[in-house]
Design a protein around this ligand. Sequence first.
Ligand SMILES: NCc1[nH]cc(CCC(=O)O)c1CC(=O)O
Ligand SMILES: [Mg+2]
Length: 349
Amino acid sequence: MDSRVVRPFPTPSARQGEAPSLGLTRRMRRNRKAEWSRRLVRETRLTTDDLIWPIFLMDSSEARSPVDWMPGVDRLNIDEAVRQSVHAASLGIPAIAPFPFVEKSLRDPTGSEALNARNLMCRAVRAIKAEVPQIGIVCDAALDPYTSHGHDGVMEGERVLNDASVAILVQQALALADAGADVIAPSDMMDGRVGAIRAALDASGHEDVQIMAYAAKYASAFYGPFRDAIGTNATLIGDKRTYQMDPGNSDEAIAEVALDLDEGADMVMIKPGLPYLDIVARVKDHFRVPTFAYQVSGEYAMIVAAARNGWLDGDRAMMESLTAFKRAGADGVLTYFAPQVAEKLKAAG
Ligand SMILES: NCc1[nH]cc(CCC(=O)O)c1CC(=O)O
Ligand SMILES: [Mg+2]
């Protein structure tokens, strides 16, 4: 050990000037002494270009209805979703990711409403594209908003079927692409769906539609508030552990990402976000491809709930958590905070 660091500590009563100097060569605090210097040495920054904004859609004459488990987040009707997309584009947010709250009467065992070219998602995508063509629209491919059992695929008894589900997801993806989706984001975790969707998109003139694969999606408790937002907390039977990943696994995430890239994914995603930053870092280091993370509903709810109790500074926790995604290697983040962050970054200049 360096002898300089074993000197006796100055007594607590000693004032700074009177204390014997530790004689340090390197003082890490020097670069932190003022804001200009902290700015100069900062390694990562969050920008508006890093944001994808997930929004919730509903079929309603009301413009908005609050999501109880996500304070500050509302479901939007199509007109309001268009207005909010205009707002997001004006703030410079590159893309939105709509999710539908589907009427209970439209949910059935096979999620057939997902294939309806006039369903809520398809109508919203068309309306947004017509009004704000410059904003990217990332559309989820999964059946859970549409199935009476709340699973992302179709079932036989207790089992969620893989290949039969993929056949339907492909049709759903085509309906979304026909409506004008820029990116298809399969969140279902069936095996082989990226390749099947890619082939079908290519065969139908949608070569330019990108795929953002929810490649490493874990069976997580942090999706709770999302299931309130789209009404699957009431429908879901059992859990999703036979298709979403086990939270204990890391090598398996590498295998999942490798498969999705081989099958044609343009971008990959890790989900949830903050509890899985090790996976984000590992995937980015390993593959060097566009890598995204989803700061999911439960992460949003934790920050907002604590902030509303006065237990933490919500704005700072929001910025810090999102900067952490960038530091871990994410190229961008899906976050319910997107418009707040964009406003804040704009105000800061
Ligand atoms: N295909 C379902 C889906 N797509 C996005 C989320 C969660 C997003 C969030 O919690 O914010 C989920 C939930 C789930 O798998 O049950
Ligand atoms: Mg997979």
